[in-house]
Design a protein around this ligand. Structure first.
Ligand SMILES: *[C@@H]1O[C@H](CO)[C@@H](O)[C@H](O)[C@H]1NC(C)=O
Ligand SMILES: *[C@@H]1O[C@H](CO)[C@@H](O)[C@H](O)[C@H]1NC(C)=O
Length: 333
């Protein structure tokens, strides 16, 4: 049996509208988004600016990064992923249980790409900063890898090259298990108005439960969608573009898929199926950075941070609830 599940993850609206404290630092994310994640990242010049900024942000918290270059065979273009490894004590051995957090940093031509995918990159960077800071105070068992993919629009070339050239060989050589991969897509767009959320026609027949929930929720665009698979189904994936055609496919479907499973989930605000972006492709600019949207992004980033703390076997998991009050106590109200 092959199934892919879509879950709709509702965030509390009251939490968005009123005061809210998050572990994720909203001001740092605003800074990243307005500095280098709101300018087109399409040609090589533009992309190298973004890569340099990502590398600097990682370096600032002591994370060295490397550039993984690959050739996209059809176009003969060179692409570059940025990879940072936050090693655990068992790195490179069969006792490591690796977590991977990733986002796509390139954009379509001329797009500012604040939501798509500036926000995913901002979330991964912020999670990296928090997890690195925690390392100065708490112990951690497992390695965390942060990856920023290139060339989403060339048949997922970046994530595909990462899985085939880097990840699978590493897993094979070291016997390391990957216990989870998260692909962060746009995570910024929040629209709590009824009927602001569209869904493709086939959606309802494939995902009746999610469709029903959406219906009961008056089709408001105030949730994050999680895609995952209980088993492999290529047909379903092909059919459900744009819902399922994304970088998680590179982790679902790869050359060793018969023997190696890489648990992977994909998170998205559904991009241009929501709110104003349905009608206005050029609207993905600085204007997206409303207080409400930033809080939405910060909440999602917190979920990612908590997931990483838990899955990486950090001793901070015992005190995670206190982190809100004493570590990065910021209030964006
Ligand atoms: C890349 O894009 C920038 C800004 O849009 C433009 O000024 C530059 O000429 C482009 N570079 C190449 C090599 O196409
Ligand atoms: C952003 O990344 C997601 C996930 O990889 C992808 O679905 C989306 O198309 C990307 N957007 C751009 C403009 O690359």
């Amino acid at each position: 049996m092959t199934t892919i599940r879509i879950l709709i993850f509702l965030l509390l609206i009251s939490g968005i509208t009123y005061g809210l404290t998050t572990i994720a630092d909203v001001d740092r994310m605003k800074h990243d988004l307005s500095k280098f994640l709101s300018i087109s990242r399409f040609n090589e010049t533009e992309k190298s600016v973004a890569r340099a900024a990502i590398k600097r942000a990682l370096e600032a918290v002591g994370l060295n990064s490397m550039t993984h270059t690959f050739i996209h065979e059809e176009s003969n273009e060179i692409g570059a992923n940025v990879i940072a490894v936050q090693k655990g004590p068992y790195f490179g051995t069969g006792n490591d249980k690796m977590m991977i957090l990733s986002a796509n940093y390139d954009t379509l031509e001329g797009n500012q790409g604040v939501d798509d995918n500036g926000s995913g990159v901002a979330a991964v960077l912020e999670a990296a900063r928090v997890l690195s800071t925690l390392d100065t105070l708490y112990s951690r068992q497992n390695t965390i890898v942060y990856v920023f993919f290139d060339m989403k629009h060339k048949a997922l070339a970046g994530s595909h090259a990462f899985v085939e050239d880097v990840l699978l060989p590493l897993m094979e050589r070291t016997n390391t298990e990957v216990i989870g991969t998260v692909i962060a897509d746009g995570l910024l767009h929040f629209d709590p108005f009824p009927a602001s959320q569209a869904m493709p026609q086939e959606f309802e027949s494939f995902f009746p439960e999610a469709a029903q929930l959406l219906h009961e929720h008056s089709h408001m665009g105030d949730f994050i969608q999680i895609s995952s698979r209980s088993d492999v189904d290529e047909e379903l994936v092909k059919k459900l573009h744009p819902f399922l055609y994304s970088d998680h496919s590179s982790f679902f479907f790869h050359s060793k898929q018969k023997t190696v499973q890489i648990p992977t989930i994909y998170l998205t605000d559904t991009l241009n199926l929501r709110g104003v972006r349905q009608y206005c492709v050029q609207c993905d600019g600085l204007y997206m950075m409303t207080e409400q949207n930033m809080k939405f992004l910060a909440l999602m980033t917190d979920s990612l941070i908590r997931l990483l703390i838990e899955m990486s076997g950090s001793s901070a998991s015992n005190v995670v609830d206190d982190l809100y009050t004493f570590m990065f106590n910021i209030d964006v109200e």
